[in-house]
Design a binder for this molecule. Structure first.
Ligand code: MMA
Ligand code: CA
Length: 160
């Protein structure tokens, strides 16, 4: 076997062994996979549970790059709907935390005037269609679409 051919073959094997991917129907950005769930709008806590059944969590948005990826997807998909994200201040009013990790919110993209906790009833955050997908706090029992996030998974080992 020629040395060039041998090198190409070895490279292909190494690439396959180390490849990571997203499950079918999920979208890839950076090191995560995202599912945009719009078949059945759910309350925030039900959405959290639904994501857990997919070995995922309600999305945790930690950078403008991640936020822009999600917004651009929703604009392109023309879903015209609001999407829950994994951010809540249900535990301590006014203190927003990412539910999955309990991390403080660092990067934010609240719409102007939000979060406003209308009638002291709004503890869950969403990418708000009416705000061009900037963030709004809303009543957690409202039924909205939602976005699940999970780590990329190792692709099954095709070679070995
Ligand atoms: C609604 C509700 C709130 C939002 C305001 C903005 C009246 O309440 O969607 O979450 O902050 O509108 O005016
Ligand atoms: Ca609000």
């Amino acid at each position: 076997m020629g040395s060039v051919y041998r090198f190409v073959l070895l490279s292909a094997v190494v690439a396959v062994l180390s490849a990571q991917s997203c499950p079918g129907g999920w979208y890839h950005h950076a090191t995560s996979c995202y599912a945009f769930i719009d078949a059945e709008p759910l309350g925030w806590a039900e959405a959290m549970f639904y994501c857990s059944t997919l070995h995922a969590n309600l999305v945790q948005i930690e950078s403008s790059s991640e936020n822009n990826f999600l917004k651009n997807h929703l604009f392109a998909a023309k879903t015209n709907a609001t999407y829950w994200i994994g951010l809540t201040d249900a535990l301590v009013e006014g203190k927003y935390l990412w539910q999955t990790t309990q991390d403080d919110v660092n990067f934010v993209d609240w719409a102007p005037g939000e979060p406003n906790d209308v009638a002291h009833t709004e503890d869950c955050a969403a990418l708000w269609f009416g705000y061009h997908y900037q963030w709004n706090d809303a009543f957690c029992a409202n039924r909205y679409d939602f976005i699940c996030e999970r780590e990329m998974t190792e692709r099954p080992n095709i070679i070995g």
